[in-house]
Design a protein around this ligand. Structure first.
Ligand code: ATP
Length: 903
């Protein structure tokens, strides 16, 4: 079979030296309508997906080997070797088996955690806007092929290598490729063949980010064939499972190990020199002690808790991009949120029109173009009113939104909601979009950017007249107007008063204006936007708060979190919406006011209001700094490319998954797939649950270790027989770590997690109450274990039987303690204790199964020197277990009396 002719000439030309139209020719595409679907499919088959080879992960062998790289394991292995040398093969075997099993569990769990994180990251696939078959489409960036026509706008990550065909003020940040941090201006003219990458101004390379402007380009290389693919650096960092907390815990585990070794050495010296114990016996006791006391399962448990938390958050539409964010989230004290679309629905409806002569109310809801106009209660015929027609025409033409109608979905908006509302308004006034744009085609435009708050379009009609339509924030547009549509003198204060009246009702107000340009004008630039416009009128749009956001704000406030709204909207509109959301909105602070304040004054000012209006990304950055200087832990939302610095500066940067730009997403720690404020509140709650569960794991594991170690120490120092052997201790540690401690990772969270103030970030991991509980439970553990051991010996049982009973007592003691620990101080006597965490119940059943095997199965009886127990012994074990359970519940009741709810 003859190979298919390549679409990209081979060898590929130096695209930067090829003129734009030649590039299109070579790639067999027309930039106006793009590739056809069949063409794109064929090219995808030929060139493959537009993906880069994933970063090299640590191989499985290395990952397995790393499981042994841990001081705790070294101690165990050393103990195993010495035990072996002392010819105690059974115990040596058990130690080695435990080390291997521990490594296997760590290996599997870590693999699972990594997979979970990877799956979460895959949810953040990038998209590209392409023109195919003459229409714009959003496609998965992996489906791009050479010849595809891609549209870029500010904040977008360039999805493949592009030869630029059309640019509008395009500036691209190429740091990812060239290391140059300043954005580069781009154009479409070819450059010298020999130009270095940084000088190829007519190219946009994959992985770089559009800082400003817009462009259209044709794909010349995808996947590994792009520049970034060739140099082999992958954009986007590789996540590791280490976080500040896991590092702190690792360090803590190391300190404990050091301490235990010291206690072990002392015990050895005491046992051998003072008490004259045989070398093997005291050595095994010390090994048992070390094994008992070392919390070897802790780091793994914490990783699992974090990974499970990340997964739960992802299921709730909050995607963690950096693992440490999971722990930080729980201690956030201030959430700064955008308004439009995050706190509000972003479903705009025009409800009021302010024309020079009258104010009209608009009826109808959403994007359904049905509804009418009333002036003081009397219906106004939309098609007859010239002033309304002129305004509606501007609203329609200075607009990039489209409305689609289909039977299943009804009326649907493609584009920006503000513009959608204006388009709907024009349709209600009886205008036909196709007819209007055919009669007055657009020749040029200045696109909307939050920085300048307006959009302008240049049109001409078929008689050769050129005119500009302008729409934007009233302060901006009114300043450019010299006349109003009715020919009366332009009364700016009166218009401002009308604007504030609408804004006071929570409406977003836009002004529309028009001005004629000399016939034949074909280009529009900022220098054309001078005070010479005629104001056509103002439009008031409502965008109601999301119901869920109102509840979420209240919930945050109950949880001691302050919610601050930062919006590009007008102060009066912002304050009205702020009030509806339950924020302190009496004295909103505007961007202008923020600029007038120095850092110290801003720190005071941020305490007094929750609403910041007409704020730009630089203001966000200053607000983050001011709040952080006040000791707050700040979560900040953002969507634009210029929000990236504020997102990075915040303790938790939150980006919008839908309307956000790639640049914002990459700077963020957390991405909301539904752009909803309530999702942040839920993520904060989940963050708190994660932290609580980590604490609960500590609370569970440490007394377990403490109790086991206490039993051995007591035996050695009191000169009694060891109630449990080293091998038995290892058994207990191993099976409880896999079963019981793991169950705590699935704890759903305390009922009151969002009713107490955030945890201080400076709070130590082991608080005083926590340490108290650890000591208390360790003591109880020693008491019951010794109690059973001595009781069996007293009634004439053998040492083996007494030890078997002691081991079962330890395990039952831990099992009941798991149900104590599920709540810090809340009572365990509720139905929830059995139904709240099914994993805990299953794990308990599993554990009991293990214990029966341990006690009754002959092979295990041989290895661990266990014997069957009689009913009376079981009875005593269960009774003591119940007593221990009650003793911890009593301590919880005392803590409750002191109003201690968490530890
Ligand atoms: P938030 O920051 O709460 O999300 P926002 O991002 O919607 O608000 P911007 O998009 O920066 O705020 O809008 C600021 C102002 O610019 C608006 O109040 C409005 O007056 C004006 N504006 C918004 N969209 C357009 C548009 N498409 N064309 C012209 N002007 C617009």
């Amino acid at each position: 079979m003859k190979p298919e002719a390549p679409f990209v000439p081979s060898p590929a030309p130096h695209w930067h030296a090829v003129p734009a139209d030649k590039a299109q020719q070579l790639l067999e595409v027309d930039a106006a309508c793009g590739l056809g679907d069949a063409q794109a499919r064929a090219r995808l088959a030929q060139y493959g997906a537009n993906t880069l080879a994933p970063p090299r992960r640590r191989g499985p062998w290395l990952r397995l080997a790393l499981q042994f790289h841990n001081p705790l394991i070294y101690v165990l292995l050393a103990a195993g070797a010495v035990t072996f040398a002392l010819e105690d093969y059974v115990d040596a075997g058990v130690i080695v088996a435990v080390v291997l099993i521990n490594a296997a569990i760590g290996f599997v769990q870590e693999g699972k955690a990594e997979k979970a994180l990877e799956a979460v990251r895959a949810m953040l696939a990038s998209h590209a806007t392409v023109v195919r078959g003459g229409e714009r489409h959003e496609i998965d960036a992996t489906e791009l092929v050479p010849g595809d026509v891609v549209l870029l706008e500010s904040g977008a990550k360039v999805p493949a290598d592009l030869r630029l065909i059309r640019v509008k003020n395009l500036r691209v940040s190429e740091a990812a490729l060239t290391g140059e941090s300043l954005p580069v201006d781009k154009h479409t003219d070819p450059v010298a063949d020999t130009a270095a990458i940084g000088d190829r101004r007519c190219m946009a390379y994959s992985g770089t980010v559009v800082g400003f402007g817009q462009a259209r380009g044709v794909v010349v290389a995808t996947g590994q064939r792009t520049e970034i693919g060739r140099i082999g650096t992958l954009v986007g960092e590789v996540q590791t499972l280490a976080t500040p907390l896991t590092r702190r815990l690792d360090q803590f585990a190391r300190q404990i190990t050091g301490f235990i070794l010291a206690v072990g050495a002392l015990t050895f010296a005491y046992g051998h020199l003072v008490r004259d114990m045989p070398l093997l016996e005291i050595f095994l006791a010390v090994v048992g002690l070390a094994v008992a006391a070392i919390p070897e399962g802790l780091p793994a448990i914490v990783t699992i808790v974090l990974a499970i938390g990340t997964r739960v958050m992802a299921q709730n539409r909050a995607i963690i991009r950096r693992l440490p964010a999971v722990e930080t989230l729980g201690s956030v004290t201030v959430i700064c949120s955008d308004k439009t679309g995050t706190l509000t629905k972003n479903e705009m409806t025009a409800v009021r029109i302010m024309l020079p002569a009258c104010t009209l109310a608009v009826s109808g809801a959403g994007y359904v173009p049905e509804g009418g106009f009333q002036c003081e209660g009397a219906a106004v015929e939309g098609g007859r009113d010239a002033a309304l027609q002129a305004l509606a025409q501007a609203a329609l033409l200075c607009n990039d939104a489209r409305l689609k109608h289909d039977a299943a979905g009804g009326w649907q908006l493609v584009g920006d909601p503000t513009e959608g509302a204006l388009l709907t308004l024009a349709l209600k006034a009886g205008l036909d979009p196709a007819e209007q744009s055919a009669a007055m085609p657009r020749v040029d435009e200045i696109p909307f950017e939050s920085e300048h708050r307006f959009m302008a379009t240049l049109h001409h009609d078929h008689a050769g007249h050129a005119f500009v339509l302008l729409k934007g924030a009233p302060e901006r547009v009114l300043g450019l107007c010299v006349a109003a549509g009715d020919g009366q003198p332009f009364d700016a204060p009166a218009w401002l008063a009308r604007m504030e009246d609408a804004a006071g009702a929570g409406q977003r107000v836009l002004a529309l204006a028009r001005c004629a340009l000399p016939p034949g004008t074909t280009a529009l630039s900022m220098s054309d936007i001078t005070p010479r416009f005629t104001l056509l009128g103002l439009v008031g749009l409502i965008d109601p708060p999301r119901e869920a956001a109102v509840d979420a704000v209240a919930q945050c406030q109950r949880a001691g979190l302050r919610v601050k709204m930062i919006t590009g909207d007008h102060a009066v509109t912002a304050a009205a919406i702020g009030r509806q959301l339950g924020l302190t909105a009496d004295a909103p602070l505007t961007g202008e006011a923020i600029e007038a304040l120095d850092a110290a004054a801003l720190r005071t000012a941020v305490q007094h209001t929750d609403v910041f209006a007409r704020a730009s990304p630089e203001h966000k950055l200053r607000l983050v700094a001011a709040l952080q200087a006040e000791g707050e832990l700040v979560a900040m939302t953002g969507d634009g490319v210029n929000d990236a610095p504020a997102l990075k500066a915040a303790d938790i940067g939150v980006a919008m998954g839908n309307k956000g730009t790639d640049a914002a997403r990459e700077a963020a720690d957390l991405v909301l797939t539904d752009d909803n404020f309530a999702t942040i509140a839920r993520a904060v709650r989940e963050g708190r649950v994660v932290f609580d569960n980590i604490k609960k794991s500590l609370l569970f594991i440490l007394p377990t270790n403490g109790g086991e170690a206490g039993v051995i120490l007591l035996a050695v120092f009191a000169g009694l027989a060891l109630p449990v052997t080293a091998g038995q201790i290892l058994w207990v540690n191993m099976i409880t770590a896999v079963t019981l401690a793991l169950a705590l990772a699935f704890e759903p969270g305390e009922a009151g997690v969002m009713r107490h103030p955030p945890r201080q970030p400076s709070e130590p991991l082991i608080t005083r109450v926590l340490a108290g509980r650890i000591a208390y439970v360790s003591l109880l553990m020693v008491l019951v274990t010794f109690g059973v051991f001595e009781w069996v010996l007293m009634r004439g049982g053998s040492l083996e039987t007494a030890r078997t009973a002691a081991v079962n007592m330890l395990v039952i003691g831990e099992l009941v303690y798991l149900f104590n620990v599920r709540h810090f101080t809340a009572s365990a006597f509720s139905r929830d204790i059995l139904t709240g965490n099914p994993v805990a119940v299953w794990m308990s059943a599993l554990l009991i199964g293990f214990q029966l095997v341990f006690t009754y199965a002959p092979p295990l009886q041989q290895v661990f020197q266990t014997t069957a127990l009689d009913a009376a012994t079981w009875g005593v074990i269960l009774a003591l277990g119940a007593a221990k359970f009650l003793a911890v519940e009593a301590e919880k009741a005392v803590l409750r009396r002191f109003n201690i709810r968490s530890m």
